[in-house]
Write a protein that binds this ligand. Structure first.
Ligand code: OXD
Ligand code: MN
Length: 586
């Protein structure tokens, strides 16, 4: 296979000249190709076959121990003007970044095969989808891209028809953390990633293209590329509401996207459908509603904590044709991680399990699997028009302050809620875990341009003709004074979703507070739950003094964006602070 598109053949030729591979392979995305690549990786030891009786067609990959997560400090947005990348990104001048990367890529594929991976982000026939080509020297990346995107011949045909594509160049290099960079050139619609084989750094369709480059493109084209799951909620009356929800990495997006309602809800006819678990591309439709597609075709989920209690749908989809990265193994050769029953035999580094060495599975160990294997998968994931969004939910991991759920008064207030998001950091990126940081719209690591401009772009959707979704903020992670979570979470989050749907349908009661609308007494359905009245009070409590301090911090944060921080957002913040003061004085 090759291509009729000269822009593509010339680029591949240029990259081959620079990187000097032994061979070039154009990926067609066929089953035969996947099997050949897997067989070669089994031979080389890049993959281990898992127990064929319990996990047919499943493989384990062990990464280099120093290459287990996204590396935010080595991830750059290279715009001509530093201010366009914003203080939310690490920045390097394009010429300097190109010189650095050219030196790293020179000759790096000697002795290796260069794979050309054409892919489409989104349904192959959707006008909302966008295409890219990743050049990589990693067969592990190729098979993962095969699960995570629409990869191969149909994508290439679309690229040839459209004549343009995002260029992604990737090499694992020597996996040396000292020689590792993930560079984005939004003005050139290109990505260069060197020195890592880890998902978010190496599967360039995901964070690099579908979020950083796409967010930049979306700004000029009038759409939104967001770090959001998409789920469908079918009510007993048979209406399906689609909801998009932004949470920082490793805060339970995959679990929420695949939620199984509590039994009582199931009996009444409530159902949840999964459209996506990580990324949403949203665009206003002709009727003013926001329509979303999931640009991905698979899930690259965090394994530890995925269990029969937290996410039975995920367990059901992981027993065939899946790739596991950095999990442990049990004695029967099944993948094992903390949260599963049984005991580990081997840890993520291939050593006999010894608790003295830490957990058996790396805390950021992952599974990769086709979305279609999920029992709650929605056929609407393939709808080229996308799904209409009734509600947007923001959420973070906050031990205190933030109530279980609140609703924004209007779009501007909703944008402020998103822009004010903060969360405790997790193992999805290298660095300290558990530190609260501002993570607006869960896009801190992923927005490809200045956050000030990004907030302005969000506000720009709020025109009169728009039929915008209602905006909510949730916090499943509030703790009591004893340090324990107050809310059971997981399937019981359905109760919060029911209130959200009720608000969208105009039939659930709420009370106003200076920071948002809360469920009125009795509006959250709690039957069947062992939750005392005082726990519910703690979950919904608004501490006015603490909120005043929080909004002060948000003001300081927005101030970092100087003149680019939208005045409408600062005004909304001031209005909220005035309301808090008035409430405190009353
Ligand atoms: C992810 C992440 O892998 O957000 O989805 O880190
Ligand atoms: Mn993510």
């Amino acid at each position: 296979m090759s291509t009729t598109l000269s822009a593509l053949s010339q680029w591949v030729e240029q990259v081959a000249q620079l990187t000097q591979p032994d061979a070039i392979h154009w990926c067609d995305g066929s089953e035969a190709e996947r099997q050949r690549l897997n067989a070669a990786m089994l031979d080389s030891g890049d993959l281990l076959a898992l127990n064929p009786d319990t996990h047919p067609d499943c493989y384990l990959h062990r990464s280099s121990p120093s290459d287990v997560a996204r590396v935010e400090h080595l991830t750059f947005v290279c715009t001509t003007e530093r201010a366009d990348a914003g203080s939310n990104n690490y920045w390097m001048a394009p010429a300097e970044a190109h010189a650095k990367m050219d030196a790293l890529f020179a000759g790096c594929m000697r002795g290796r095969t260069l794979y050309v991976v054409p892919y489409c982000m989104g349904p192959i026939d959707s006008p909302l989808s966008r295409c890219g080509v990743e050049i990589t020297d990693s067969p592990y990346v190729v098979v993962n891209m095969g699960l995570m995107t629409r990869m191969g011949a149909p994508a290439l045909q679309r690229i040839e028809r459209e004549g343009h594509f995002v260029k992604g160049l990737h090499s694992t290099g020597e996996l040396d953390p000292e020689r590792r960079f993930i560079m984005h050139f939004p003005e050139e619609l290109s990505i260069q990633s060197f020195g890592s084989g880890y998902g978010g750094n190496a599967l360039l369709g995901k964070k690099c293209h579908a979020l950083r480059i796409a967010s930049y493109q979306a700004r000029s084209e009038g759409w939104l590329a967001e770090h959001m799951l998409i789920l469908g909620i079918q009510t007993p009356a048979g209406n399906t509401h689609y909801v998009a929800a932004a949470f920082p990495s490793a805060c339970g997006k995959t679990n929420l996207a695949m939620l199984i309602p509590p039994e009582g809800y199931q009996r009444e006819g409530w159902r949840i459908f999964t459209v996506g678990d990580d990324i949403a591309w949203m665009q206003p439709g002709a009727d003013g509603r926001l329509f979303a597609i999931n640009p991905e075709a698979g899930f690259f989920g965090v394994a530890p904590g995925t269990s029969a209690k937290t996410n039975p749908n995920a367990l059901a989809m992981l027993n065939r044709s899946a790739i596991f990265t950095n999990t442990g193994l049990d004695v029967e050769g099944q993948p094992w991680w903390e949260g599963l029953p049984g005991v580990p035999a081997v840890d993520w580094q291939g050593r006999t399990f010894d608790p003295a060495n830490g957990p058996a599975a790396h805390p950021n160990s992952r599974f990769t699997v086709s979305a279609r294997q999920c029992p709650s998968w929605s056929a609407e994931s393939e709808n080229p028009v996308g799904v209409p969004i009734s509600a947007i939910i923001f959420g973070g991991r906050r031990a205190s302050l933030v109530p279980l759920v609140m609703e924004a008064e209007d779009w501007t207030h909703g944008v402020l809620m998103g822009a004010s998001m903060a969360s405790e950091t997790t193992a999805a990126a290298t660095g300290a875990v558990g530190v609260v940081r501002r993570d607006p719209m869960a896009m801190k690591p992923f927005c490809g341009y200045n956050f000030g401009d990004y907030f302005e772009h969000w506000l720009s959707f709020g025109d009169a003709a728009a039929q915008l979704p209602k905006v909510f903020h949730v916090n499943w992670f509030r703790k009591g004074s004893d340090g324990r979570f107050l809310w059971p979470g997981f399937g019981d989050n359905m109760r919060v979703l029911e209130w959200i749907v009720g608000r969208c349908e105009g039939c659930a009661a709420a009370i106003d507070t200076p920071v948002g609308r809360l469920p009125a007494t009795g509006a959250l359905r709690l039957e069947g739950l062992d939750l005392s009245a005082s726990t519910l009070d703690q979950l919904l409590a608004i501490d006015h003094a603490a909120w005043n301090a929080e909004l002060g911090e948000v003001g300081g944060f927005l101030g970092e964006f100087g003149a680019r921080a939208p005045a409408a957002l600062l005004d909304e913040l001031e209005r909220r602070r005035d309301l808090l003061k008035a409430r405190a004085a009353a």
